[in-house]
Design a protein around this ligand. Structure first.
Ligand SMILES: C[S@@+](CC[C@H](N)C(=O)[O-])C[C@H]1O[C@@H](n2cnc3c(N)ncnc32)[C@H](O)[C@@H]1O
Length: 355
């Protein structure tokens, strides 16, 4: 279990509690953040229940730390994909959404769907004979690759998604089936497997691991990277993401909330995120055997200059359209413009080659 790192808050709580977004969040939720810091299990559980009965996003994280649901809500801004909350208040969820750390998940999805994955795939199609084989490890719904495959210009690409969460796989299958029926995907190009990523076998030319090593320590991350390495063909590539140092410092409310969500069973079991530096991330990849390592982030990557503001500020409406759920087509809430203009990336996105 990754230890929770809240020293940044605990050494000077008042510095944060006086910030307007901390004050506002407590007012809207009717919860005192000191109850969220309580070591009394009853008080803590009551406070966490109060949050999760009002916020679909908080409830999702409480249900499953590092699950597929919270990032999926960030990609789609369709709260209909979360469980119903008894006292749902959309304004509370919007206060999550204006957090730049939460928004970085949406930006990462845009980066992967419209720039990074398409470029990797086209380069690999040039290098290898097709069909190009991709393993999406800890895929969740696998929405980014569904987006890319619809625009794969007829290239033969096969994606195998591996996850241990049946609900994520079921939703992914539903979306893929619809796209197959419409002829938007090549037959048999996408598969979903209820299987641990530690059990998959290659060889594949591209392994994708998005949002998987953020919640684990460096030792386990090393094991997972070596596993991906072992199943790649020579000259194959790994695309892997990790939460970074900025997350911890620059988006304090979201970092505070993320690190104080227990589980319904154990309110003290908070969600630890590994806030890696670029150097640590690179070292992990080198130790696993990778070469030609390039590390980008959700605001800095090749191809972003070709994406206009409409795309950069968009949410993914494909799942809502396919499932017939109402969607305005616009984000429910984004971070304020002055924060977005800082273009601070909160997720590393690395590409590395197996020599
Ligand atoms: C934070 S989510 C990321 C999902 C997806 N890659 C994305 O980008 O949205 C992490 C995913 O890893 C999955 N997972 C956790 N342990 C796993 C394992 N041993 N094997 C495969 N998937 C796993 C979870 O079910 C979850 O869907």
């Amino acid at each position: 279990m990754l230890p929770v790192d809240t020293a940044w808050f605990d050494t000077d709580p008042q510095k944060y509690l006086n910030r307007p977004e901390f004050i506002r969040f407590q007012e809207v939720a009717g919860v005192d953040f000191m109850d969220i810091k309580s070591s009394d299990t009853q008080t803590l559980r009551r406070a966490q229940e109060r949050f999760s009965s009002q916020s679909i996003i908080f409830n999702e994280v409480r249900k499953e730390h590092a699950g597929y649901g919270m990032p999926f809500l960030a990609y789609t801004h369709d709260l209909g994909f979360g469980d119903n909350c008894s006292n749902h208040r959309q304004d509370l969820d919007k206060l999550f959404m204006v957090g730049d750390m939460f928004d970085s998940l949406r930006r990462r999805h845009i980066a992967l769907s419209y720039a990074i994955l398409p470029r990797q795939i086209y380069e690999l199609v040039e290098e290898f004979s097709t069909p190009l084989k991709i393993a999406n490890l800890g895929s969740g719904v696998g929405l980014d690759l569904l987006n890319v495959l619809q625009n794969a210009n007829g290239h033969a690409v096969q994606v195998d998604n591996y996850d241990v969460n049946p609900a994520a796989l079921e939703l992914g299958r539903q979306l893929a089936d619809h796209l197959f029926e419409k002829g938007a995907l090549r037959p048999n190009s996408v598969h979903y497997h209820e299987k641990s990523l530690t059990k998959f076998s290659g060889p594949v030319q591209l392994a994708v691991m998005v949002g998987v090593i953020c919640g684990v320590d460096d030792r386990l991350a090393g094991v997972l990277l070596k596993k991906a390495f072992s199943q790649l063909e020579s000259d194959g590539r790994l695309l892997v993401t990790s939460s970074n140092k900025h997350m911890q410092n620059s988006s304090p409310l979201t970092a505070f909330l993320a690190q104080h969500v227990g589980t319904p069973k154990d309110p003290l079991l908070s969600w630890g995120l590994n806030f890696r530096s670029r150097e640590t991330f690179e070292k992990l990849l080198l130790a696993a055997g990778f070469k030609d390592i390039k590390i980008y982030d959700d605001w800095n990557y090749p191809g972003i200059e070709e994406l206009d503001d409409e795309i950069l500020n968009s949410v993914d409406t494909l799942p809502s359209r396919i499932l017939g759920q109402p969607h305005t087509g616009f984000p429910l809430a984004l971070p304020p413009e002055e924060i977005r203009n800082l273009r601070q990336g909160y997720n590393w996105i690395a590409i590395a080659r197996k020599p």
